[in-house]
Write a protein that binds this ligand. Structure first.
Ligand code: NAD
Length: 254
């Protein structure tokens, strides 16, 4: 019988935090799966099929290589799916969309409620503040170990601004200016990245005209924002019809 919430990747960094967040929400844990073994007294299933049969909802923070099998198995079992795993290929995402024809799926590369609000607001701000007058710049800072720039979230904010302006980000992106760059082009969306210390993640979107500046800043202090957003999604998804949902649907602002 299906009862409660299962965690795929239960022994991972997110998995362990999800156990705590489910407990804080008084939501029953059905158990988990993990290649590394179990955690404390949580029931460990042999495979995703066992976890899917035992759970109303499976929260999945594992690895992109597992996504296709999880999609097929959860759809077959009729178990709702909260998918936080990143690095999915187009083929993986197509399999997720196929599963969402049968079961409700909340898929978000970033489950932080704050970041998702920033994305929604960025698009609306860009619609209201024309590119000819308001220069859009995105500044981000992360810890010294981060290997890529700009961050995925910064690019997501850039995409939201581009969408609000009805343009393709790739045609207007100006990243990491250095040397004789010439004057700023009016339609540019600029990116700057700082690296240092142990900053979990800071993003500022600035719209600058000659007369005023308006900026929107998000600061992440703890990965727990992702875990609590995923648990919020898991509580929200129960009873929903099949479909592919985003964190904006969960927040009620899509
Ligand atoms: P992690 O390596 O600490 O944990 C992943 C766990 O999954 C490990 O314990 C591993 O043994 C297990 N695992 C991997 N493949 C498996 C499989 N096929 N079957 C069973 N268990 C498997 O990593 P993490 O920091 O917890 O992140 C996990 C995933 O979630 C990554 O893709 C990461 O990028 C993503 N993530 C997403 C968000 C978000 O908000 N969407 C936030 C943080 C992390």
């Amino acid at each position: 019988m299906k009862h409660g919430f299962g965690i795929a990747g239960i022994a991972g960094r997110m998995g362990r935090m999800l156990i705590e967040e489910l407990a804080a929400a008084k939501a029953p844990l059905s158990g988990g799966i993990d290649r590394e073994g179990g955690v404390n007294d949580a029931t460990l299933y042999a495979d995703i099929a066992g976890l899917a049969d035992a759970s109303e909802v499976v929260i999945d923070f594992t690895h992109a290589s597992a996504v296709r099998e999880h999609a097929r198995t959860l759809a077959r079992a009729g178990t709702s799916w909260i998918l936080g795993t990143t690095g999915l290929s187009a083929a993986d995402e197509a399999e997720v969309a196929r599963a969402a024809e049968t079961i409700p799926v909340v898929y978000a590369p970033n489950f932080s409620p704050g970041v998702n609000l920033v994305l929604a607001l960025a698009e609306r701000m860009a619609e209201a503040l024309p590119a000819a007058t308001y220069d859009a710049e995105i500044v981000e800072m992360h810890h010294r170990q981060k290997v890529d720039a700009p961050s995925g979230t910064a690019i997501g904010i850039g995409r939201a601004v581009a969408k609000g302006r009805g343009v393709d980000l790739e045609t207007v992106k100006a990243s990491g200016r250095d040397g004789h760059t010439g004057a700023r082009k009016p339609n540019e969306i600029g990116f700057s990245a700082m690296r240092g210390g142990q900053v979990v993640g800071e993003h500022t979107l600035l719209f600058a005209s000659a007369d005023e500046h308006i900026s929107l800043t998000h600061r992440a202090f703890d990965r727990r924002a992702f875990a609590s957003g995923a648990v919020r999604s898991a509580l929200w998804v129960r009873g929903k019809p099949a479909g592919l949902y985003s964190m904006l649907d969960v927040l009620g602002i899509s």
